[in-house]
Design a protein around this ligand. Structure first.
Ligand code: ADP
Ligand code: MG
Length: 217
């Protein structure tokens, strides 16, 4: 198990975070033994017997690291905002999986007028904490509706007046006749480290942080 000593576990999610983290590992001369996108294995050994990768849901990465099942992980800032940060350090912005958390409404809707109308805006989002802070800072009254996906649908069927969602190309918004009207936050993925592991396994963990850092220069 991860706790039993001589090796390090890094939690990654499939898709863009895994893909964009591999170059950092290659920079250390490390390759994965199996391709997690093809094999169904959730524990993937690497060419470094001291490092293994576990494949978890993007939003679960902080949990594995906080609870000591992994020493390190890569997680989107969106995920980190929604999670509590107890026991986590965020030493590096890896500048990968870049996108923006945005407010979007149906095409033709006057967002400013809607905000200024004084009536409570219904906002559907997976990013409840980020959205709550954003509208509170604007002094706007909102009812937040927690969704787990397909946020774009909510304004189309009258569930919400606006959504808060991640946007990169804007293609998904456009396909659903929505427009981004306001930025909530710039998002990128971060290297996260358990503060306990950094102390207890410093000799194994610090060199990995250093190697990621060197690749960023
Ligand atoms: P999931 O669907 O399980 O949330 P994703 O691979 O879609 O996993 O997202 C993982 C992370 O990648 C998100 O937490 C976010 O930081 C980032 N991300 C999500 N959507 C985009 C996007 N369209 N472009 C760039 N990065 C994104
Ligand atoms: Mg996704």
């Amino acid at each position: 198990m991860a706790k039993s000593g001589g090796f390090v576990t890094m939690a990654l999610s499939k898709g863009r975070i895994l893909e964009d983290t591999l170059p950092f590992l290659r920079g250390m001369g490390i390759e994965l033994i199996d391709d997690p996108e093809k094999s169904r294995k959730l524990i993937v050994e690497t060419s470094d017997p001291k490092l293994r990768i576990i494949i978890v849901r993007a939003s679960d990465v902080p949990t594995y690291v906080q609870r000591g099942a992994a020493e390190l992980g890569v997680a989107g800032k969106d995920v980190l905002i929604e999670n509590d940060s107890e026991g986590l350090l965020e030493p590096l912005d890896l500048k990968i999986a870049q996108c923006r958390l945005m407010v979007a409404v149906r095409e033709g809707v006057d967002y400013e007028a809607l905000i200024n109308s004084g009536s409570r805006l219904r906002v559907a989002t997976k990013y409840v904490k980020a959205a709550r802070d954003h509208f509170a800072n604007k002094g706007a009254q909102v009812d937040l509706i927690k969704l787990y996906g397909s946020m774009e649908l909510a304004p189309l069927v009258g569930l919400a007046d606006a959504i808060v969602d991640l946007v990169s190309s804007g293609k998904t918004l456009k396909a659903n006749k929505l427009v981004a009207v306001e930025e909530v936050q710039q998002i990128s993925s971060r290297l996260i480290v358990s503060s306990a592991a950094l102390k207890l396994k410093h000799k194994l963990v610090q060199p990995i942080i250093d190697a990621f850092e060197r690749k960023l220069r």
